[in-house]
Design a binder for this molecule. Structure first.
Ligand SMILES: C[S@@+](CC[C@H](N)C(=O)[O-])C[C@H]1O[C@@H](n2cnc3c(N)ncnc32)[C@H](O)[C@@H]1O
Length: 272
């Protein structure tokens, strides 16, 4: 029987995408001799909690190793068959998801899979008050199924700016910026002309994660899929108080996106 090595980098204190499932398999006496799980987190407190949880759930036979280190130093001793990774905040920002996945790429087995298998980021424009306030005023919580059709029709969808799959990860175009920063080249989109109130609309970056097959985490289903507003884009207006990262754009122009691979990564819109 083939052993399956699952690695979960930056898994946090609860490794929430995996441990409940392993606990379920364990209670059914399943897969014990088939799974080899590696959990990696940089925080000693998270690792302590993880070890306690593994003991409490009685799932140590499934665990290959729990490592307290930076993912970027992790050199697995077995090829990774399943890479489980959720190291992003909304708008695919702030955490090292892409850097971690890139680092681990060379350790994947030839038929490895990644979970989520696809993360896509879409850019759109909407008035912040409508999107974030009016849309949820009558709702008890946010969820994709509770989005307002009327307010969604007010959105101007620009298009997909980035997709992460294993295949795309292997083909990223990396552009060095100076000696210490790298940018990932992303897609171009066009700002349409003739959109009413476009100068009042903000750039929204929304993540949809396809965990596997038809299972998706859509916009507003989770903190990581709340649309993130990027206030730097100013379309058809000049801000009264200028900020250093303002991007002055006009209707009809094309925007080219890059992804900054820094300690706090995020997208960088530019005029194409
Ligand atoms: C990636 S997130 C989300 C984790 C998990 N999915 C959850 O919901 O709890 C936060 C975790 O990543 C860990 N982390 C951040 N940067 C890391 C790095 N470079 N190497 C290893 N772990 C890291 C943090 O210590 C923290 O526990």
């Amino acid at each position: 029987m083939k052993l399956i090595h699952i690695a979960y980098p930056a898994c946090g204190p609860f490794a929430p995408l995996l441990l409940p499932l392993i606990s379920h398999y364990s209670s059914q006496g399943l897969l014990k001799s088939q799974l080899k799980i590696s959990l990696i987190d940089i925080q000693p407190g998270a690792v302590k909690a993880l070890n306690q949880l593994i003991n409490d759930l009685g799932i140590s036979p499934y665990i290959h190793e729990v490592i307290c280190d930076d993912v970027m130093n992790y050199q697995p001793d077995y090829p990774i068959d399943i890479l489980v990774i959720e190291a992003l905040q909304h708008g695919f920002s702030r955490e090292g998801h892409l850097a971690f996945a890139r680092h681990l790429l060379s350790f994947l087995s030839p038929d490895a899979i990644m979970v989520p298998e696809k993360i896509s980021v879409t850019a759109s424009l909407n008035i912040g008050q409508r999107e974030y306030v009016d849309q949820w005023a009558e709702q008890e919580r946010t969820h994709s199924s509770l989005m307002s059709t009327e307010i969604q029709q007010e959105r101007t969808v620009l298009g997909e700016i980035f997709t992460l799959t294993l295949d795309k990860l292997r083909k990223l175009t990396i552009v060095p910026l100076g000696s210490c920063m790298e940018l990932v080249e992303c897609n171009q989109v066009q700002i349409p002309t003739g959109i009413q109130d476009i100068s009042k609309k903000n750039l929204l970056l929304s993540v949809t994660a396809t965990t596997f097959g038809n299972e998706q985490i859509k916009e507003y289903d989770s903190g990581i899929s709340q649309p993130m507003v990027d206030m730097s884009l100013c379309i058809d207006f000049i801000p009264k108080i200028a900020e250093p990262d303002d991007l002055l754009a006009k209707s009809g122009e094309r925007l080219k996106f890059y992804y900054k691979l820094t300690g706090s990564p995020s997208f960088l819109p530019t005029i194409a």
